[in-house]
Design a protein around this ligand. Structure first.
Ligand code: ZN
Length: 238
């Protein structure tokens, strides 16, 4: 059956999933990671994953002892099906529906379903993802209700008692930086700045105070804005 103290973290190599991984390592005894290759333009984030895992092990010997296997699942079909700015070389913008054209329909539903199938096989009860409803881009599959409904469907369909955990659901981007600081101090913040990847365009050329990226795509803009608010408060309280 599944181990209550064991977790599978959806780990893309971005800021949010890196923070979620540290969060899981802080509270569960065995933590495995899974990444998805779906033809994303920012596939560079997948390359950062092992560097971040190594960095977290260096930060904390307890985390090192808890961190288990890393898995990668090929989901090229998802990229082939979705006509979006994340998987095709088109400009990022807004659609008539009010959603950004970076929306990959059903992406998180597919990811969580595959993650649950993997967790089933690996005996892991807790599935951790960085979905967030607070300052997200309006993606309907990031909503708390979507995740809760999916948890019910997965548990019925697989006859298990998984819990889908989303520690960032009600945090904004500044809060997420703050959580990283709480979990691993300045070194954790530095690891995220240096190694995690957020930029939708896959740019890692220029180093900003918040990390690498084009600086203008919606993902970079959110990350930068959150970091500035976090950094201003950090300075004020020291
Ligand atoms: Zn960018």
């Amino acid at each position: 059956m599944t181990d209550d103290r064991a977790a599978l973290v959806l780990f893309s190599g971005g800021q949010d999933s890196t923070t979620c991984l540290a969060w899981a390592l802080d509270r569960y005894e065995r933590v495995e990671t899974v990444g998805f290759a779906y033809g994303q333009r920012h596939a560079i984030e997948l390359a950062q994953r092992s560097r971040i895992r190594d960095g977290l092990c260096e930060l904390n010997p307890v985390w090192k002892a808890r961190l288990g296997d890393d898995h990668t699942i090929e989901l090229e079909a998802l990229g082939a099906l979705s006509d979006t700015a994340l998987t095709r070389n088109v400009a990022i913008g807004m659609e008539a529906s009010g959603l950004p054209n970076t929306f990959v329909p059903g992406r998180n539903i597919v990811f969580l379903t595959f993650a649950a199938a993997l967790a089933y096989r690996r005996g892991l009860r807790r599935i951790v993802g960085g979905m967030c409803e607070t300052d997200f881009s309006g993606y309907p599959d990031c909503r708390d209700d979507t995740i809760k409904a999916l948890q019910v469907a997965l548990n019925l369909g697989m006859d298990r008692r998984f819990t889908l955990e989303t520690p960032l659901m009600w945090l904004d981007k500044a809060d997420t930086w703050r959580l990283a600081q709480e979990l691993g101090g300045d070194a954790m913040v530095e690891l995220i700045v240096e190694e995690s990847h957020t930029c939708y365009l896959g740019e890692r050329g220029e180093r900003h105070d918040w990390g690498y990226g084009c600086g203008t795509c919606p993902a970079c803009a959110l990350r930068a804005q959150g970091f500035r608010r976090f950094a201003a408060e950090r300075t004020a309280t020291r």
